[in-house]
Design a protein around this ligand. Structure first.
Ligand SMILES: Cc1cc2nc3c(=O)[nH]c(=O)nc-3n(C[C@H](O)[C@H](O)[C@H](O)COP(=O)(O)OP(=O)(O)OC[C@H]3O[C@@H](n4cnc5c(N)ncnc54)[C@H](O)[C@@H]3O)c2cc1C
Length: 404
């Protein structure tokens, strides 16, 4: 790895820091009475948190800091890969609030810019950028998760409409979304023909349309942030198709690639989490810090965070040299889920039994946020590609292990 930031990169960092110094404190003061959902479940808590996120995304947008990788004409800065790494690092360092439309800004917006007609861009790109509506990404189905191309929700053409039937599952925030980017099957014969990647189409769907039933699923943390969706003869206009009929796999692969960029801030937030755990333990459970087993685990976590930071820089260094980043990309995903779960488990052991108390309890530490983190982080080895699938990718494409 031979990596160093240039003077231009550092100037970009300074500009961002200066903007954050001017805007973030003011924003946080205005919203100080309204917390994130972490310690307060229920619909009221979620909606208040979403309003806070909407306000923060709009503040970012006013400064042209909401979607820096987007083209300038669509409100972005056409940021380089290095600049987006710096952006992730600084947003993590400042612990900025979450945004309203993460799916929209990171995945769906770039896809509409790349695949959409001029009319579709005019209609939806500003909507996403300015957090006017919430968007969800509807890919997974009961029989199509890791094997996404096995999806079976049909969209059969009838005049100027597609008629949708089938179901999706685990779709994040579908119940608060006005729009969804969905993958549907416009050629139902493709699976039988042994060509399951064909006949898939990307469709922008009005989630409030007739024939669409969205049912939130309560997760392990007691929150209702992802949903099942049922389609029963739901009609959607053909002109909301993104890309050509049958081109959905291409559109989706672009979307998922964007999902894998932007992990550079993780090493910073994880370092902050580790420091916070140790500082909190000094106050609530100091004897744990004398335990040799705990001390060894803390040291390992420290090393893991440092490894994650260097892994990100190695990937960036390779991208800048035009080299393929295998196996750094799947390794970074594995490292993220491993470390997220390790830190959450460590927090419970270091902070003592009260860390397991859930929100609402008078003795819960930090209003139950460590308990929530402990259960919630289980998702990191499933979402954005399961651990087993990432290992398959490394075995197949990086190590080139022989197949049976
Ligand atoms: C918090 C959360 C939010 C999500 N949000 C969304 C969303 O917004 N939109 C959306 O479309 N989806 C979403 N998902 C769904 C997610 O993409 C899927 O859960 C994921 O792709 C795995 O699919 P699956 O759940 O069907 O599991 P499966 O694919 O059925 O996997 C089950 C188990 O089998 C293993 N496995 C599967 N195939 C192989 C293989 N070839 N070799 C070895 N092991 C294998 C897996 O690793 C896993 O352990 C979300 C999931 C979570 C947890």
């Amino acid at each position: 790895m031979d990596f160093a930031y240039t003077a231009e990169d550092e100037a970009f960092r300074a500009e961002l820091r200066s903007w954050l110094d001017g805007h973030l404190p003011k924003f946080l003061t205005e919203w100080s009475e309204s917390d994130d959902t972490s310690a307060e479940g229920g619909a009221g808590g979620i909606m208040r948190a979403m309003e806070r996120r909407r306000a923060w995304q709009r503040t970012l947008n006013e400064g042209r800091w909401a979607a820096i990788t987007w083209p300038v004409e669509w409100g972005g800065r056409a940021a380089t890969v290095t600049q987006s790494v710096i952006y992730s690092e600084e947003m993590a360092r400042y612990r900025t609030p979450g945004i309203y439309n993460a799916n929209g800004l990171w995945q769906i917006g770039p896809m509409i810019i790349r695949w959409g007609s001029e009319e579709q861009k005019q209609r939806w790109v500003p909507n996403i950028l300015n957090a006017d509506d919430h968007w969800c990404q509807g890919f997974t189905e009961p029989e199509a998760g890791s094997d996404l191309a096995n999806l079976r929700t049909t969209a059969i053409r009838d005049g100027d409409d597609y008629v949708l039937n089938g179901s999706k599952i685990w779709i994040s925030s579908a119940h608060i979304a006005k729009w969804g980017l969905l993958l549907v099957r416009t050629d139902p014969t493709a699976i039988e023909r042994g060509a399951k990647h064909e006949g898939i189409t990307a469709l922008i769907v009005d989630m409030e349309a007739d024939g669409i039933d969205i049912r939130p699923i309560r997760d392990i943390a007691g929150e209702e942030m992802f949903c099942e969706i049922f389609f029963d003869d739901a009609r959607q206009p053909v002109d909301s198709r993104l890309g050509g009929e049958g081109e959905g796999w291409l559109v989706a692969m672009g979307t998922l690639e964007s999902e894998r960029v932007g992990t550079a801030g993780l090493a910073i937030t994880m370092r902050q989490d580790l420091d916070q755990i140790i500082n909190l333990a000094r106050a609530v459970n100091p004897r744990a810090l004398d335990d040799p087993t705990i001390r060894e685990r803390l040291a390992r976590a420290h090393t893991d965070v440092e490894y994650t930071r260097l892994l990100n820089y190695r990937a960036l260094s390779k991208i800048l040299k035009g080299e393929k980043t295998w196996p750094e990309v799947p390794l970074a995903k594995l490292q993220w889920s491993h470390l997220a779960q390790t830190l959450a488990e460590l927090a419970i052991d270091v902070l003592g039994p009260a860390a397991l108390l859930a929100k609402g309890g008078p003795d819960a530490i930090d209003r139950g946020q460590w308990n929530r983190l402990y259960v919630f982080q289980r998702y990191t080895s499933i979402g954005a590609g399961t651990t087993e699938v990432q290992k398959n990718i490394i075995a197949d494409r990086a190590i080139k292990l022989p197949k049976k």
